[in-house]
Design a protein around this ligand. Structure first.
Ligand SMILES: Cc1cc2nc3c(=O)[nH]c(=O)nc-3n(C[C@H](O)[C@H](O)[C@H](O)COP(=O)(O)OP(=O)(O)OC[C@H]3O[C@@H](n4cnc5c(N)ncnc54)[C@H](O)[C@@H]3O)c2cc1C
Length: 260
């Protein structure tokens, strides 16, 4: 497979840096072709702004979505954005690797998503009708591609358990997995989370690599998270609420998963 690893850590000698190097070697050993977007090393510009469209005239009011759409359609996006989109088109699988910072993505990686996910590429795709509300949540330009998060945390696994103080890890990651990845069509694999990182020593590092290696070896075969597809009949359109006869009486993020 062609694999794009989008990696966000400012220190190459960090745990994340070591795991990134390990992952690249492991994937290459498995016969995959790997490209890495090392966002700090690339000095990736995190903030979306008017300059993302090289054709925007000075003084014109910035309509962010319209600007993105026009730049994408007319080929006037800034070169760094276009390069990352080309990598996404090339990839059969995308891995986002990052330390959990304030229960989410590091800002530089969020900025990669905001800028690279152009209108017409990641959103604003497909027709809207009574039965189909755009190509999204299971459909979209990235349909047929796989995606997986590799996340390190300071918190313990129990802190992210079903009754943990931080909230369950799948709830914390829902906006990334369901919103950022499933929305534009990726098949999202269960995340690989490495907890309690401050306790990792040489022995622990070897164990962490072994577990990560197994996940990477199975990247092409692991069953995706069974998120419900928006246009497959489970949701009322255009309200986009789960039909009342499905999961009656239940609410919360878990209802968007197929069960059984
Ligand atoms: C701004 C900020 C916000 C945060 N928010 C959260 C949060 O919301 N939730 C949460 O749970 N945590 C949070 N944290 C903690 C954060 O998630 C962890 O610090 C991070 O995941 C650790 O990854 P790292 O790559 O920075 O590890 P490092 O600090 O580089 O390393 C961690 C450990 O691994 C060891 N190690 C590194 N490389 C190797 C190697 N090659 N061989 C052997 N051992 C090695 C180090 O010695 C160290 O003990 C936050 C931290 C910051 C700075």
């Amino acid at each position: 497979m062609n694999i794009l690893l989008v990696y966000a850590h400012p220190e190459p000698r960090s745990l994340n840096g070591s795991l990134k190097d390990f992952a690249v070697q492991r994937l290459q050993r498995g016969g995959h072709v790997v490209q890495v977007s090392d966002l700090y090393a690339m000095q990736w510009k995190a903030a979306l702004d008017a300059e993302d469209n090289t054709a925007l005239q000075p003084g014109v009011r910035l309509d962010v979505s319209l600007n993105s759409r026009q730049a994408f359609e007319n080929g006037t996006q800034s070169a760094d954005i276009a390069r990352e989109q080309e990598k996404l088109r090339w990839a059969d699988a995308v891995i986002l690797q990052f330390p959990l910072w304030w229960f989410s993505l590091p800002a530089i990686l969020k900025g990669w998503v905001e800028r690279v996910y152009a209108y017409g590429l990641a959103y604003g795709v497909g027709e809207h009708s009574d039965t189909h509300w755009g190509d999204r949540y299971g459909e979209g330009r990235f349909a047929g591609k796989r995606a997986m998060l590799v996340v390190t945390t300071g918190g313990w696994e129990s802190h992210y358990g079903p009754r943990g103080i931080n909230g369950p890890i799948n709830d914390i990651l829902f906006p990334i997995q369901h919103g950022i990845l499933f929305y534009p069509g990726f098949d999202v694999l269960p995340p690989h989370v490495i907890y309690r990182t401050s306790k990792i020593d040489e022995v622990g590092f070897a164990q962490v690599c072994e577990a990560l290696g197994q996940r990477l070896d199975a990247l092409g075969t692991t069953a995706p998270i069974p998120f419900r597809k928006q246009n497959a009949g489970d949701y009322e359109i255009p309200a986009l609420t789960l039909r009342p006869e499905i999961e009656p009486g239940r609410e919360g993020l878990g209802i968007h998963l197929l069960r059984g």
